[in-house]
Design a protein around this ligand. Structure first.
Ligand SMILES: [Zn+2]
Length: 340
């Protein structure tokens, strides 16, 4: 009996060591230790062994079972390790492989122009003032010398929430808030989206971006306005750029001017972009109306100021030769990715 147990154990250990995967191991385990397994059958036969021999044979059988069980356990560990090693080998990531470059977004042309202008004016000591896109009638119109019955309101009709609150039609409301909260000298810029009731076409959009410039101090004159804008035109369009002032009308400035810059495409000779005039409309400007100063508790006899407002969309279109404003808002990646 003892010899038979030894033979079975030896055979079992040999077979266990040859197994390649868990499935094979389960089969071998059940062949020896399963319900009808070879060792289990011998254990059931223990009852037929003489009572003197039984404890000794029983002990040997238990020992054989433990040996086989241990071997199964060890083989199981070894198979699992092999699987793991295989996985590590197959799923190895070569970190030295060159990767495809990440697709990086580009800045929108309006954003480029906006940031450029902000930096340009900060360098000259201007402060950047944040405005509200939802404004009150007072800051958007009345304080800017545009009373309720003023005809200028028709051209700038906007989106009203109720009798008092509206989407701002210009960034000029920020001028008022800045003058109310600061004493001159004031040198500020403000920029952001503004809204008008406009049909979408090549040169109009119900939403566009403005850039506002305001200077209030003692002895500020038209000459300061002219010099500031001439320098700005050169910054935007190159050293050869010149500006031209034409009389105009805005309720919040007196006198008011339309400012044109030399056409960048033909250098002033005349082309299709400038409609053969040699100039392109750049912005509206003027000396701050005394009523506007008074509305902000600034004495117009002591202080004067100039203000200018330009459309960033327009500047971006001129600068990049875009002739349809809608292209700025279509979100066409092929178009937009050219700008950096
Ligand atoms: Zn031209």
């Amino acid at each position: 009996m003892q010899q038979k147990i030894n033979e079975i154990t030896k055979k079992a250990l040999e077979e266990i060591s040859k197994t390649q995967d868990k499935q094979q191991l389960i089969l071998v385990n059940s062949k020896y230790l399963g319900k009808n397994g070879e060792l289990s059958t011998l254990m059931r036969g223990l009852k037929d062994v003489s009572s003197e021999e039984r404890p000794k044979i029983g002990a040997i059988l238990n020992e054989a079972r433990d040996t086989i069980l241990n071997s199964v356990k060890q083989q199981e560990d070894s198979i699992e390790n092999k699987i793991l090693e295989e996985q590590i080998k197959n799923e190895f990531v070569d970190i030295t492989t060159p990767v495809k470059p990440l697709k990086q977004g580009t800045m929108h042309p309006i954003e480029i122009v906006q940031r450029d202008l902000i930096n340009y004016f900060i360098e000259q000591g201007f402060t950047v003032q944040d405005g509200k896109e939802i404004e009150s009638d007072y800051y958007c119109f009345e304080a800017l010398n545009v009373p309720k019955d003023h005809p200028a309101r028709d051209a700038q009709d906007t989106f009203y929430f109720d009798a008092e609150r509206l989407l701002r039609v210009h960034t000029s409301a920020t001028q008022i808030r800045t003058m109310e909260n600061n004493t001159p000298p004031i040198k500020m810029i403000s920029t952001g989206r503004v809204y008008r009731v406009d049909e979408v076409d090549a040169t109009h959009s119900p939403m566009f971006s403005q850039f506002e410039i305001l200077v209030v101090d003692k002895n500020v004159t038209m000459s300061d306005l002219n010099g500031t804008l001439e320098k700005l035109a050169k910054h935007l369009f190159g050293e050869k750029a010149k500006i031209r002032l034409r009389p105009s009308y805005f309720p919040f400035t007196e006198p008011s001017v339309e400012v044109d810059a030399t056409c960048t495409h033909c250098g002033g000779k005349g082309c299709s972009v400038c409609k053969q005039t040699g100039f392109i409309e750049l912005l509206g400007a003027g000396m701050v109306h005394p009523n506007v100063l008074r509305n902000c508790n600034i004495n117009p006899d002591e202080y004067t100021g100039f203000a200018a407002g330009l459309g960033l969309d327009r500047i971006a279109m001129i600068k990049y030769g875009i002739d349809d404003m809608r292209e700025l808002y279509d979100g066409d990646i092929n178009l937009l990715k050219q700008f950096k």
